[in-house]
Design a binder for this molecule. Structure first.
Ligand code: AMP
Length: 326
């Protein structure tokens, strides 16, 4: 019954099979949702399991670590490469977001990915209000990144649900780098009974501690690059404090404020380049703010990096995020 109705609605599939000469080890490149569903259905019907790694491309070592983990978790790995218009607001960098598909595909070949899902679009409209959307609980989204990016997490959750449906993955791997996103997705899976397991993967960092990000390539000035590493230095200082003292009785806000004074305000090189957006401690289960720091609390930081005097609406500085679990 299910198969029949599926057949009836099948559009001509567009799976860009690699040519036979280069097919060994090449992933299938799939450019539309229906074809993705067909390929993944065939795998599922033959008893194989599927792991999904959802990305916006510009792949780096952080993404590749997720892919390597996905290979351990299922027989087949699908990597989606899709710069999701629904999660960018009008003032954000959707058109400027790096698009490096050839290099990404080469990285996926190297990593032994089975399919690269690279749809031109996943929605009838690039505007959330024009489509059916997932609206995560406001307690999760009206804080942290949700304050400066209204609608962002609805855009993320909507596309992630589309990807779950297209791939029918039994497991999906998401980076802890986007910890609020991970919390939103876990909650969506729980609330909507999505038949999938969500796994978080630790943050992969550069040698100086900077969390790897597709946006790091915009830190072209050495001073900006140095200033950017202050975020992890602040987080690491907190981790060290907790490792020594355990629970801290001083209010979390006082401790975070004193770190801001020490690391951001006292150093002119950093002060001239870093604008803090938030520096907050939350309970890792509920993602609600906590009053005191203790092991198991997650501390998150976000801000913009780049010479403050040279900023403009077109050049607002590079937005970076980071976090640690205490
Ligand atoms: P993006 O392409 O930025 O949307 O990221 C795709 C996935 O890779 C998300 O689950 C991110 O959390 C994850 N990711 C990005 N950077 C890192 C990193 N440095 N370490 C671990 N995971 C990451």
């Amino acid at each position: 019954m299910f198969t029949k109705s599926l057949e009836a609605s099948v559009q001509p599939a567009s799976v860009l099979h690699p040519t036979p000469e280069i097919s060994a080890g090449m992933p299938l490149v799939i450019d539309n949702p229906r074809a993705c569903f067909e390929v993944c259905s065939a795998w599922r019907l033959s008893g194989e399991t599927i792991a999904l790694v959802a990305t916006m491309g510009a792949l780096h070592e952080g993404h590749l670590a997720l892919i390597r983990h996905a290979k351990i978790r299922a027989n087949r790995v699908v990597v989606s490469i899709y710069v999701n218009p629904l999660q960018f607001s009008l003032s954000e960098d959707f058109s400027q977001y790096p698009r490096t598909f050839e290099a990404d595909l080469a990285a996926c070949v190297q990593a032994g990915v089975d399919a690269v899902f690279h749809p031109k679009t996943l929605s009838l409209s690039a505007h959330l209000e024009a489509i059916t959307q997932v609206v995560p609980p406001s307690a999760l989204t009206h804080q942290l990144c949700g304050v400066s990016r209204p609608g962002h997490f609805s855009g993320v959750a909507t596309v992630v649900l589309q990807l779950f449906n297209c791939t029918q993955a039994s497991v999906a791997i998401f980076g802890e780098k986007d910890a609020q996103q991970l919390a939103v997705i876990r909650r969506m899976v729980q609330d909507l009974h999505c038949p999938i397991t969500i796994e978080g993967y630790p943050i992969i960092r550069e040698a100086d501690g900077l969390a790897m990000s597709s946006r790091n390539q915009y830190l072209t000035q050495p001073a900006d690059r140095r200033a950017a590493s202050v975020f992890f230095n602040m987080l690491r200082a907190l981790q060290a404090k907790i490792a020594i003292y355990g629970n801290l009785s001083q209010p979390a806000s006082d401790i975070l404020q004193s770190l801001v004074s020490t690391w951001l305000k006292n150093d002119p090189m950093v002060r001239d380049r870093v604008t803090l957006e938030y520096f907050t401690a939350v309970d890792d289960e509920t993602f609600l703010p906590v009053d005191h720091l203790r092991p198991g609390v997650r501390v998150l930081i976000a801000g913009r990096v780049g010479s403050i005097k040279d900023r403009s609406p077109e050049q607002p500085g590079v937005r970076l995020i980071d976090n640690v679990l205490l």
